[in-house]
Design a protein. Structure first.
Length: 115
């Protein structure tokens, strides 16, 4: 069992930056594929970024070059650095841990990009 707690969301102006964190409890954090998803009102939840246990990353086309996902296995934490934020990045951001058939989700953190 893994419990995930996201933090770092908030209100930011267009062009600004935020760093989201997702702290995980439980063991074997380093073995999990960690992902960030987001869901805007009226939209489906979409994958934003993912990092494997080996550190390989991939990103949605809409955030490439602006967002960076990283992990600190010693701290059981995954991060999402978001730069050059746009109003269309406004959403609830969720962290997910996946290993084999097991998936665990955090409660989400709101990111609002607005002037």
């Amino acid at each position: 069992q893994v419990q995930l707690v996201e933090s770092g969301g908030g209100l930011v102006q267009p062009g600004g930056s935020l760093r989201l964190s997702c702290a995980a409890s439980g063991t074997l954090f380093s073995m999990y594929v960690m992902s960030w998803y987001r869901q805007a009102p009226g939209n489906q939840r979409e994958l934003v970024a993912r990092i494997t246990s080996g550190g390989t990353t991939d990103y949605a086309d809409s955030v490439k070059g602006r967002f960076t996902v990283s992990r600190d296995n010693a701290k059981n934490t995954v991060y999402l650095q978001m730069n050059s934020l746009k109003p269309e990045d406004t959403a609830v951001y969720y962290c997910k841990a996946a290993r084999f058939v097991n998936n665990y989700w955090g409660q989400g953190t709101q990111v609002t990009v607005s002037s």
